[in-house]
Write a protein that binds this ligand. Structure first.
Ligand code: PXG
Length: 442
């Protein structure tokens, strides 16, 4: 088929779409057929500026040559290799390259295929770690309100988004939640980290006392809560969480599925905030969204505790058919090379101030009740329409798509996280587009 022809499906019924208003979509489909660098193209040939890096994942920009070549070559050379009791060079090479950019001390890599699987894996590692160390009474997991840790059972249990939890029964037992840190009355229109709220970390002491600290295995938090509308940690908050975890022997897990790979202008949020967890969960930017892949990165100490017993025994009864899949590993290597060639893991730090100023220029618009930003992430919170929560932001999304820019909405919040290759003039274009949208919606 000539490549200028795009197949237009004539029946949208069979595909039950994820996290989508299926009926709305199917009555008014938004179909993408191509992507290059900062832009998508729709099937009717319209260019759409990508303000969200796909779903927070296309950090290197679209269809980048090193990643495309790596995937094309790999599929022709070694398509699949068994993941258990066998290996192939690229999975090892990627792990080695990865630990060159992860925070110091985090240097063992366990592969998954998504952020959700990274979270399940991290929680299981935490529980097993304590058990191996003769501390099997540590079975409780602490998450946070408004946290998003994917959609599998462990993740929704420690997560704190009500709609993701309420239909699915009793979830995991032994879980408790910290309060979220969103304090709009005190912190609205903060630039970067808000001033107020570090003391909310002390709730971990209260929870520890309530359950007895010796029953708690791990605390999992997103350094910045992404999905729930970009909640940025108050100054000093993460430091206090780390301190309390150390005091009581809790493992600290940072879910860096969104914040990893340059989103804040540093390789990881742990670097940005100067707080090092015991475990980091990643996915998305690991392959710049090109092939599904995630990775859990742990300290040597955690890893080494598993390396005992007879040498012919499996040390950790966990893994996936596609852990370290050759094509995903090749995509990961191509991605890390692209990040390195173009300094993308730190580029955000140079653009952050420009991004911040532009975003906050929208503060005069009707309905805007808060603007938040950090690194190359932004959020614009809108006043909800009375009795119709989420509608105003969803209308903004539809209008923006019509005008040629892709934004993401959650509740009544517009979230932005462009590819890290965005230029200043493309930031202008994105913010102009949103400004016009805000004037036109009701
Ligand atoms: N942890 C975090 C912090 C995430 O943001 C996951 C885990 C799960 O990853 P997978 O690969 O299983 O989807 C995520 C995913 C959005 C949005 O626009 C966010 C995510 C996924 C899709 C949309 O808020 N985050």
């Amino acid at each position: 088929m000539p490549d200028n022809l795009t197949v237009i499906p004539n029946d949208l019924n069979a595909f039950w779409m994820p996290f989508t208003a299926n009926r709305q979509f199917k009555s008014q489909p938004r179909m993408l057929s191509k992507a290059k660098d900062m832009h998508y193209e729709t099937i009717d040939g319209r260019k759409i500026l990508d303000g969200t890096a796909g779903l927070w994942c296309v950090n290197a920009g679209h269809s980048r040559p090193k990643i495309v070549n790596a995937v094309q070559n790999q599929v022709a050379e070694l398509d699949y290799a068994p993941a258990f009791q066998m290996g192939h060079p690229k999975a090892f090479e990627l792990a080695n390259r990865l630990i060159d950019i992860t925070p110091k001390g985090l240097n063992k890599v366990f592969y998954t295929n998504s952020g959700s699987e990274s979270v399940e894996t991290a929680l299981k590692i935490a529980l097993a770690y304590h058990k191996i160390n003769g501390d099997g009474g540590r079975t409780r997991l602490i998450g946070r309100e408004r946290g998003y840790h994917g959609v599998n059972f462990g993740g929704i249990s420690v997560g704190g988004i009500v709609n993701n939890r309420k239909m699915f029964g009793t979830l995991l037992g032994g879980v408790d939640h910290l309060p979220h840190t969103h304090l709009p009355d005190k912190n609205a229109f903060s630039r970067g980290q808000p001033e107020h709220g570090a003391e909310l970390a002390d709730e971990l002491e209260r929870i520890a006392t309530l359950h007895d600290p010796s029953t708690i295995a791990a605390v999992i938090i997103e350094p910045i809560a992404g999905s729930t509308g970009v909640l940025i940690p108050p100054k000093g908050y993460l430091e206090r969480i780390r301190k309390i975890c150390d005091k009581h022997g809790f493992l600290l897990i940072f879910d860096e599925v969104i914040t990893g790979f340059g989103r804040l202008g540093s390789p990881f949020a742990a670097d940005y905030f100067g707080v090092t967890p015991d475990i980091i969960t990643t996915a998305k930017g690991l392959t710049s969204g090109v092939i599904p892949m995630g990775a859990v990165i742990v300290t040597e100490k955690i890893h080494d505790s598993f390396m005992n017993g007879p040498e012919n025994m499996i040390e950790f009864f966990h893994g996936y058919t596609y852990s370290g899949n050759p094509i995903a590993a090749a995509a990961g290597i191509g991605t890390l090379e692209t990040y390195s060639d173009e300094n993308l893991l730190t580029r955000g730090s140079k653009l952050a101030k420009y991004w911040e100023d532009k975003l906050h220029s929208l503060n005069e618009h009707p309905f805007v009740i808060d603007i938040r930003n950090i690194g190359l992430i932004g959020a614009i919170e809108l006043q909800a329409i009375d009795g119709m929560p989420t509608k105003r932001a969803f209308n903004a999304f539809l209008k923006a798509f019509e005008k040629g820019c892709l934004i993401r909405t959650t509740g009544d919040i517009i979230a932005l996280s462009p590819p890290l290759i965005i230029t200043e003039s493309q930031i202008d274009e994105l913010i102009d587009c949103i400004g016009k949208v805000l004037h036109e919606i009701e």
